[in-house]
Design a protein around this ligand. Structure first.
Ligand code: AHR
Length: 327
């Protein structure tokens, strides 16, 4: 797996270059196109979560505000659908292709086709593991390893005064997806030095509420004495809450829950004490993506890696920000 992350902290809405990259060298037209003459093809993962819905809405809004034509496709969490969509954008001759890869692997062929056609590609939200970094111009999105570390740090602090074993169920995101791989890695990295923490079960809930519920139901049967659920997103955590309540237990008390995203439903559950801690993953990538598209089309240099700014939320912090939460 390619590691895009080097532990750099985000300090603004946009940040950070690992290496610079000439857009023109990556297929940018280098021309002086007006926004209304630019066409962008965006291949979205699907509509699996509240985060994804907010992301889609924001991307569409940003391109409409910018007066840039956006061709949008929803891959329904299937890589083959995304590859088809990208091929169709190539044959339509769009100016830029942006996409959020369902999984990390298996993109080299289609990315090479885009490159051969002179169409620059912007990775949005999720990374690919291609060795050849010239296959895309830039990657805009979160530092998922850092998110996993933040979740682990909260746990370590929460149990700092206890030597008792802490049994953890991990609800993984889509198998092979960058956020699932990286959030597991960051979390494991932080808890590994204290033997009282044990991940007793780890299974995918595919980033969906139904998946989170189903997996938790099954795993609670084999692990009735679990202390903590670490869920790779809010939706699976919300599904876990349903399963825990149906098992006659109190989420947030009998079983502590940590999630990632901070969408409204998750933050509401946090404010109610059903979730104990949320690591933010910012879905509002639209304006940054538009900026990158304009630069790439103009042949300007863009950063190879753009990291979004994110925070974390406790129950008190969730109560404070909830009234103004956009998504
Ligand atoms: O890639 C971002 C992740 O994908 C979000 O955390 C999750 O909710 C979504 O489905």
């Amino acid at each position: 797996m390619k590691k895009f992350v080097t532990g750099l902290a985000a300090a603004g809405a946009v940040l950070l270059a690992l290496t610079g990259c000439s857009a023109a060298a990556s297929g940018g037209s280098g021309g002086d196109k007006a926004p209304e003459d630019i066409i962008v093809g965006f291949a979205q993962v699907g509509a699996e979560s509240g985060w994804r819905t907010a992301n889609t809405k924001d991307v569409k809004r940003a391109f409409e505000d910018a007066g840039i034509e956006l061709k949008f496709s929803d891959a329904q969490q299937k890589q083959e659908n995304q590859i088809k969509a990208i091929r169709s954008y190539i044959s339509q001759g769009v100016d830029v292709i942006a996409f959020s890869p369902v999984v990390e692997s298996g993109w080299d062929a289609v990315l090479q086709e885009a490159k051969d056609a002179g169409i620059p590609v912007i990775l949005t939200d999720r990374a690919v593991d291609s060795e050849d970094e010239s296959l895309y111009v830039t990657f805009l999105g979160s530092d998922f390893v850092e998110e996993g570390k933040k979740a682990g740090n909260w746990l370590v602090e929460e149990y700092a005064d206890s030597d008792d074993p802490v049994k953890i169920i991990q609800l993984e995101g889509t198998t092979g997806a960058a956020p699932a791989i990286d959030r597991a890695e960051g979390f494991a990295e932080v808890i590994k030095d204290d033997s009282k923490f044990e991940i007793v079960a780890s299974q995918t809930g595919d980033f969906t509420r139904a998946g989170g519920k189903q997996v938790t139901e099954a795993l609670l049967k084999s692990n009735p004495d679990v202390d903590v659920i670490y869920s790779h997103n809010d939706d699976m955590g919300l599904g876990a809450i349903e399963a825990i309540e149906e098992a006659g237990l109190t989420p947030g008390e009998d079983i502590k829950i940590i999630t990632v995203d901070a969408v409204k439903d998750g933050m509401t559950a946090l404010a109610e004490g059903k979730i104990n801690f949320i690591v933010e993953c910012n879905p509002l990538l639209g304006d940054q993506l538009v900026d990158l598209v304009k630069k790439v089309v103009a042949g300007e240099e863009v950063e190879k890696r753009v990291v979004t700014e994110e925070t974390t939320f406790t129950q008190e912090e969730a109560k404070e920000v909830l009234p103004d939460r956009q998504y």
